[in-house]
Design a protein around this ligand. Structure first.
Ligand SMILES: Cc1cc2ncn([C@H]3O[C@H](COP(=O)(O)O)[C@@H](O)[C@H]3O)c2cc1C
Ligand SMILES: O=C(O)c1cccnc1
Length: 365
């Protein structure tokens, strides 16, 4: 513990986009459209809420569109991983990036299964991959973060640069036509970072927010707890506000997490659907909401991960996860799996017959 440590001074990032509140005046029209479908009211359950949310964020009670969904997998390395808090060494981050680029990872298979386009973002892995690929975007902040148990993970400048790099890729993908942005991550050690971030902004005890990540031993788990505690102890009085979120990112964050946070803010500002994956991506989403609460209304939470603290993040976000499949992989796998449910919500909203059009009469709605 460093009792005299002052957190790095962070100021809000000039250039983060404005996010407007959604137009709630559209709700009656959206709800009427759903109510007139040939079914008992509410009987499509959460699919109805999903359709309502998508219509509201797209700003029209008319037809919904999920244009050109893309999965963005942000990869970066974490200094904390030098302490063996994962089942894998740091080098695996880069090896998995190469695996993504050759199409061999779980996320490649699940994107294929959900007809989702895919891109890998090098946000700061240790050693760059020297591959020419249309699927790779390089926006490296540095070759990995510092070990946050000993020193701030990144500088305030790096934190700002990462957020803005996230905004840029979101804008580029949206300019290229994306209506849905799925978010995934790859970074050995990043459950340590995500747990530390959650402990800080939510003011939760470290013991409650640390899980087993890739599946570590009891001994590794105790070490992980100690190291996260050391990092978190440097910061006092963090809460769910923009400055605390940025301080937390600077102290214990990761370049992929910060870029995801920025990209979500960018996607929210342009009213695109943000499809949130598991624990780590949900923590990035929480930080985005700390920075700008308006981002929340554009987020869909794909699944509930088996990583212990994910449920706490979902509760903080008042979110219901679409799937609960005991996944604990990350990469965006849960988000890719959930995309067909979003498509289903849009198709029923757009195409299902109404009582009038189908001549179904006498049903009380
Ligand atoms: C082969 C392999 C593939 C992965 N794909 C995602 N992760 C997941 O595990 C890591 C987080 O867990 P921890 O904090 O315990 O390191 C992240 O890279 C995450 O994406 C993987 C991990 C491994 C080993
Ligand atoms: O839920 C996640 O995102 C997760 C859980 C364990 C390891 N990697 C990712």
């Amino acid at each position: 513990m460093h009792p005299d440590f002052q957190p790095a001074a962070v100021e809000l990032v000039p250039g983060l986009p404005e996010i407007l509140p959604l137009d709630e005046a559209l709700l009656p029209g959206i709800r009427a459209r759903i109510l007139n479908k040939t079914k008992p009211p509410g009987s499509l359950g959460y699919l109805e809420d999903l359709a309502e949310q998508i219509a509201l964020l797209q700003g029209s009670p008319e037809l919904l569109q999920l244009r050109a969904p893309i999965m963005l997998v942000f990869a970066a390395d974490h200094g904390i991983a030098r302490n063996a808090v994962s089942i894998a060494p740091q080098a695996v981050t880069r090896q998995m990036v190469l695996n993504f680029l050759s199409g061999g990872a779980a996320i490649n298979c699940l994107c294929q299964s959900s007809a989702m386009r895919f891109r890998v973002v090098d946000a700061g892995i240790l050693e760059p991959v020297r591959v020419n690929s249309e699927y790779l975007r390089v926006q490296r902040i540095a070759p990995g973060t510092e070990d946050f148990s000993r020193a701030p993970a990144m500088s305030a400048d790096q934190c700002r640069a990462a957020l803005m790099a996230g905004v840029r890729i979101a804008n580029d993908e949206i300019d290229a036509g994306a209506g849905v942005l799925g978010f995934g991550e790859m970074g050995i050690g990043n459950t340590s970072s995500a747990s530390a971030l959650l402990a800080l902004v939510a003011g939760l005890p470290v013991d409650d927010v640390v899980g087993r990540g890739t599946g570590i031993t009891d001994q590794q788990y105790r070490l992980k707890l100690d190291l996260i505690t050391q990092g978190v102890q440097r910061v006092r009085g963090a809460s769910m506000d923009p400055v605390s979120a940025m301080t937390a990112l600077t102290e214990v964050g990761g370049f992929e997490v910060a870029q995801i946070t920025g990209a979500m803010l960018g996607a929210a500002a342009r009213n695109r659907v943000i499809l949130v994956d598991g624990f780590i991506v949900s923590v990035a989403a929480l930080l985005a909401v700390c920075i700008n609460p308006q981002a929340r209304s554009r987020m869909v939470f794909a699944h509930r991960s088996a990583e212990r603290a994910h449920v706490m993040v979902l509760e903080l976000m008042q979110a219901r996860a679409l799937l609960d499949l005991d996944l604990r992989l990350g990469e965006g796998t849960g988000a890719a799996l959930a995309l067909p449910l979003l498509r289903a919500a849009c198709i029923f909203y757009n195409e299902m017959a109404t009582f009038d059009s189908a001549g179904v009469t006498g049903v009380e709605v």
